[in-house]
Ligand binder design. Structure first.
Ligand code: S3P
Length: 171
C-alpha cells in the first residue's frame, strides 16, 4: 500500500502522515526530509543557494524515485509538489493513492503566520502580507490539489481523527 499526502503548507501532511504510519504499521517518508538528506542542505539553503527552479527539478526527480520504491509507504509531499512538472500525473498513474488534506484559507493563514521561518516562500513576508499571498497562492494551486483521488476536510478535526478517517477509507 502506497499513500501520498498532499495539500498546502501547514495543512498537517507530515504530522498526519506520522500518525497514519503508526496506525497502519507502514513506513513514513517526507519528501522534504528526503531532499534534505540527498542534497545535504536545508530547504531554506537550497532555495537560497541554488534557487527555486533547481528545487523544483530535484523535487520532481526525488518524487519519481520514491514512487518507484518497492515497498509500502506513506509519503508527505511539499506544499508545491503537486503543482510543478507532471508530478500529479506521475502520482496518479503510479500505484499510490493520493489524498488531499483540504483546509480553509483562513486556517492556513493563521497557522503559517506562526510557522513561517522554515518556509522560504513566506519567511521574508511581513505578517500583514501573508493573508493576500496565501489566498492568491491557494487559488492557483487548488486545481492541482483537486486532482487527488481522495479529499479529506481537515477543518475543526484533530490530527488523530484525520488519520483515522483515512484509515477507514482504506478499509
Ligand atoms: C513549499 C512547501 C514546503 C517545501 C518548500 C516549498 C511550497 O513544504 O517543500 O518550502 O511550495 O508550498 P511544506 O508544505 O511541508 O511546508
Amino acid at each position: 500500500m502506497k499513500i501520498v499526502l498532499l495539500g498546502y503548507m501547514a495543512s498537517g501532511k507530515s504530522s498526519i502522515g506520522k500518525k497514519l504510519s503508526k496506525l497502519l504499521g507502514i513506513r513514513f517518508l517526507d519528501l522534504d526530509e528526503y531532499i534534505i538528506e540527498k542534497e545535504g542542505l536545508s530547504i531554506n539553503d537550497i532555495f537560497k543557494i541554488k534557487g527555486e527552479i533547481y528545487f523544483r527539478l530535484i523535487e520532481s526527480k526525488y518524487l519519481k524515485e520514491v514512487l518507484l520504491l518497492n515497498e509500502n509507504f506513506i509519503l508527505a509531499l511539499g506544499g508545491g509538489t503537486p503543482c510543478y512538472g507532471d508530478n500529479m500525473n506521475e502520482i496518479n498513474k503510479s500505484d499510490a493513492l493520493s489524498v488531499y488534506l483540504q483546509g480553509n484559507t483562513s486556517t492556513m493563514i493563521e497557522r503559517l503566520i506562526k510557522k513561517k521561518a522554515k518556509r522560504p516562500l513566506i519567511a521574508s513576508l511581513d505578517n500583514d502580507k501573508i493573508p493576500e499571498f496565501v489566498a492568491k497562492h491557494l487559488f492557483e494551486r487548488r486545481p492541482f490539489y483537486e486532482k487527488a483521488k481522495i479529499t479529506i476536510k481537515i477543518e475543526g478535526k484533530k490530527k488523530k481523527k484525520i488519520a483515522q478517517e483515512i484509515q477507514e477509507i482504506l478499509n
